[in-house]
Ligand binder design. Structure first.
Ligand code: SAJ
Length: 427
């Protein structure tokens, strides 16, 4: 089939490339001329393991091309962002989805399939169907008529992990939620072309909720770990030791505390559930609050440590939202480091091997980007904010003498190694 993938971001581009590799003719649509031009040169505008070679290959073979104009196709895959509205209330903004659906409606023909992949509040796929029905009264819509519909509409969320996107796009199981069972079967036949994991069909609303639930589940579990870390600080316990021991129980598996929860999914999607059922989601809401509180707790602890050691310069290790990636969006590490830079100016040094320069909010603070060796030589305080492997492997003797605040638990030896300052705060 001919396939049109709308939105060429972190999900849309790898998805388009994998579909193109499965010998479908794919047109990727994006509003950005820069993105379109980059892809048509066989290059990529985002960092993701092995994506460059794959995109180069499918563009050269002619199975993927990018455009800023929608084209007729047999299958439309919508992978545009669903951010919050700017109302400060964490209200989901589905306007990009609806704008994409409007574009699709303009070229839609009998027999086509539309699949929404964007993380969306429950009911969005049906709302999209209603929008298209209004724009195209000539077509019979699924779930609205007892006759066989002219088009299929389904919701199929991605569940890939940044840094492993290509592998997970192929191997993860997928939930495929049709507006009707017939729609689900049609979408299933499409995903079977390039997904090796199990594809499970369901209804659209259940599939929408499943995606939100997966990320809320992780947020709640990280909140448990972060709450334990703050309780442990209060009681003078080493949280890493407590979690390590508790996890030896066969039915306990506590996640890792950190400086808060970042990225554009785990810290966002729970609000889509809260917004849909505010009276019935106290646990999910509280988890969000706990994870946000943890970030402020880390800032307060770091601030006390820095203020108590006025002669020392400080190395903040990491800006990314999680380990081993170059994604700095919604990153608690970045927020903590910027907050310290605003307060302590040129005493703050940043080490981030995945960044070529500091993000804009550091401008004028006096903070500087340095490499890890310089930090280990010159900084009396080390604050580990991201668990990049390059930080994890720093041997104890190179950290010795420094005051260490390890918010990620990457140096389990730090409290005991000879010569290491004992002021390792459990975070
Ligand atoms: N984190 C902790 N402690 C942990 C695990 C994670 O503090 O034990 C933090 C990370 O440092 C990061 C944040 O949580 O700041 C989120 O990282 P993550 O690795 O948990 O998740 P993401 O945002 O990279 O990807 C998630 C994944 N969802 C789940 O694991 C349920 C991924 O499968 C989804 O596809 C993705 O969200 C998405 O796009 O929704």
């Amino acid at each position: 089939p001919e396939v049109c993938v709308i939105g060429l971001g972190y999900i849309g581009l790898p998805t388009a490339a994998i579909i193109a590799r499965a010998n479908c003719q794919v047109t990727g649509i994006d509003v950005s001329d820069h993105v379109v031009d980059t892809i048509n040169r066989g290059e990529i505008h985002i960092e993701e393991v092995d994506l460059d070679g794959l995109v180069q290959g499918v563009v050269q073979r002619g199975t993927l091309r990018a455009s800023n104009q929608i084209v007729p196709a047999d299958v439309f895959v919508i992978a545009v962002p669903t951010p919050f509205e700017k109302d400060g209330q964490h209200t989901p903004d589905t306007s990009y989805v609806m704008a994409a659906a409007t574009e699709v409606a303009g070229v839609l023909k009998k027999g086509d399939a539309i699949i929404l992949e964007s993380t969306s509040p429950v009911g969005t796929t049906e709302a999209m169907r209603d929008l298209i029905a209004g724009l195209r009264p000539d077509l019979r819509m699924p779930g609205q008529t007892s006759d066989i519909p002219d088009v299929a509409i389904a919701y199929c969320p991605e569940r890939v992990l940044p840094g492993k996107i290509l592998e997970e796009l192929t191997h993860n199981d997928r939930s495929i939620g049709g507006i009707t069972p017939r729609c689900a079967r049609k979408a299933l036949a499409f995903y079977k072309r390039f997904v090796r994991g199990a594809c499970i069909t369901t209804d659209a609303r259940s599939a929408e909720m499943t995606k939100l639930v997966e990320n809320a589940y992780r947020d709640v579990n990280i909140a448990f770990a972060n709450e334990l870390s703050m309780i442990s600080d209060h009681m003078g316990l080493d949280v890493w030791e407590v979690i390590k021991l508790a996890n030896r129980h066969p039915r306990v598996n506590i996640l890792q505390p950190g400086p808060g929860v970042g990225g554009h999914c785990i810290a966002v999607d729970p609000y889509f559930i809260i917004h849909g059922a505010p009276e019935h989601s106290p646990l999910i809401r509280t988890a969000r609050e706990v994870n946000d509180t943890k970030m402020r707790h880390v800032i307060a602890q770091a601030r006390d440590l820095i203020a108590a050691n006025p002669g020392f310069s400080v190395a903040c290790l990491g800006l990314a939202f999680k380990a081993n990636i170059d994604d700095f969006r919604e990153s608690p590490a970045r927020f903590v480091a910027a907050s310290l830079a605003r307060e302590f100016g040129d005493r703050i040094r940043i080490v981030e091997p995945y960044a070529a320069q500091l993000p804009p909010e550091f401008a004028g603070t006096g903070a500087a980007l340095i490499d890890i060796d310089t930090a280990l030589e010159n900084c009396g305080i080390l604050i580990a904010l991201v668990d990049h492997d390059v930080f994890r492997v720093i041997p104890p003797e190179e950290r010795s003498g420094a005051i260490v605040y390890d918010t990620r638990g990457i140096w389990p030896d730090a409290a005991d190694a000879p010569g290491v300052n004992r002021l390792r705060l459990a975070s």
